[in-house]
Design a protein around this ligand. Structure first.
Ligand code: SAH
Ligand code: SF4
Ligand code: F3S
Length: 437
């Protein structure tokens, strides 16, 4: 390899969609240093793990992955290995102590400094930056390249969390709630649409706390909806307490805003919600769902649940099952409570593992049954599908319905990036099948 050959960057992304977005931006930032992305770790000059700290298993995965990189580094001493994301933020220098092959540690709020950090590595040192800098990371990043893109994209509009749920590390790894100015978001959305994007998912740890636009997130959604060529808008993740009247109204009368909402509640027990510091009751959540469904009757709901939070009794768990029954989710994520060092709940006595496993199995069976019912209810109906890529079978395309369900359809590849009407003919475990209407 000559000095002028591009250097290769391999990024592995864990955790939430915000990390997916950050990984793209990190690759773009390092593009300015001559890196191009590769999908093959063995040929990389730099490997970056963009990590998640949300549950114990997620954090441990990072250390086992780093262990697996040892032979590669031994073979290729110039290979740079970096840890980014929420584990980087939470553990900082400790990562380099525990795994000396790590050259670089960069937190989620400081990755605009990656080019300078890479320059420091070139002189043989190590680089660490886990500041929450006063300057805005986004204005420190170069403009996004204009390359053609697929039909869907993520766009981070809000970061951080001030809610401090008793179980959660996010307020510590991502810092305080910050909203990006609307003009920046709109510029970025326009550029994405010019590059072929038809659907944008607005991202934030508490995206509906967005306040960079008059009228909050609803105001931003309406401004974005006016962009020619932007056909669909989604947002995630939202908190029940930040769901305002304007956003509920937007679900009713903004056709670009898709009828799908991820609105985590975590538990159906008021006692546990209080211990979790969620600052709302189960009843308040159910009332909110009712108002949203009044505005948009076909709204598909998704949620997050934690079972086995410290102190959760069988009666508390029954309340969670009752809430799930009352809502009827189209889709949901559920987790066993995981102790996170430094969070208030970590101080409390923990429930036995088998109790958690048993509750998780019961909850997941109910959620799965609801998902199946929601999908089966679509059979025979016509939906809009945005085609994203070829399917596994020849002549097949895959896209997403308004309700974010994957749909497999026999369709020409020319439909990529187009929204077509599709009649749903069958429901499979995690997707639908249909024919062009
Ligand atoms: N900001 C979002 C999501 C944050 S993390 C929100 O408020 O909803 C995504 C999900 O991970 C959470 O909704 C929660 O269900 C789960 N989670 C967070 N901390 C956890 C922990 N310590 N143990 C188990 N699950 C956890
Ligand atoms: Fe974590 Fe709660 Fe903030 Fe969501 S709202 S990121 S669960 S602290
Ligand atoms: Fe994980 Fe950080 Fe996202 S902890 S869920 S990557 S905000």
């Amino acid at each position: 390899m000559t000095d002028h050959a591009p250097k290769k960057l391999f990024i592995k992304t864990y955790g939430c969609q915000m990390n997916v977005y950050d990984s793209e931006r990190m690759a773009e930032a390092l593009g300015g240093r001559g890196y191009v992305e590769t999908q093959v770790a063995e040929e990389a000059d730099m490997i970056l793990l963009n990590t998640c700290h949300i549950r114990e298993k997620a954090a441990e995965k990072v250390y086992s992955e780093l262990g697996r990189l040892k032979p590669l580094k031994a073979e290729k001493p110039d290979l740079k290995i970096g840890v980014a994301g929420c584990v980087a933020q939470a553990e900082g220098e400790e990562i380099m102590r525990r795994q000396p092959l790590v050259d670089l540690v960069v937190g989620p709020q400081s990755y605009h400094r990656l080019p300078a950090m890479d320059a420091a590595l070139a002189t043989g040192g190590k680089a660490l930056d886990t500041d929450f800098p006063a300057e805005d990371k986004f204005s420190g990043l170069a403009a996004r390249p204009r390359a053609q893109r697929g039909p869907t994209a993520f766009l981070t509009v809000q970061e951080g969390c001030d809610k401090f749920c008793a179980f959660c590390v996010v307020p510590y790894t991502r810092g305080a709630e910050v909203s990006r100015p609307a003009e920046r978001v709109v510029d970025e959305a326009r550029a994405l649409v010019e590059a072929g994007v038809r659907e944008i998912t607005l991202l934030g740890q508490n995206v509906n706390a967005y306040h960079g636009h008059e009228g909050g997130l609803a105001g931003l959604v309406r401004t974005l909806a006016a962009i020619d060529g932007l056909e669909r808008i989604r947002y995630t993740t939202s908190h029940p307490n930040d769901m305002d009247d304007a956003l509920i109204a937007a679900h009713g009368d903004c056709p670009e805003l898709m009828p799908y909402l991820h609105l985590p509640v975590q538990s159906g027990s008021d006692r546990i919600l209080k211990a979790m510091n969620r600052k709302h009751t189960a009843e308040a959540y159910l009332r909110l769902i009712e108002r949203l469904r009044d505005a948009r009757p076909d709204l598909a709901l998704s949620g997050d649940f934690i079972v086995g939070f410290p102190g959760e009794t069988e009666a508390d768990f029954a309340d969670t099952m009752g809430l799930v029954e009352a809502v009827g989710y189209a889709q949901a994520y559920s987790f066993k409570y995981s102790t996170r060092p430094g969070t208030p709940a970590a101080e409390k006595p923990q429930l036995p593992g088998d109790v958690m496993s048993d509750r998780l199995a019961r909850l997941q069976a109910l959620l799965k049954a609801q998902q199946t019912a929601a999908q089966e209810a679509m059979v025979g109906r016509e939906v809009g599908v945005l085609f994203e890529k070829p399917g596994r079978l020849p002549g097949q395309m895959v896209g997403r319905s308004d309700h974010l369900c994957a749909v497999h359809v026999e369709a020409p590849e020319a439909l990529k990036g187009e929204i077509a009407r599709v009649r749903i003919t069958a429901s499979a475990p995690n997707s639908l099948a249909g024919t062009l209407a």
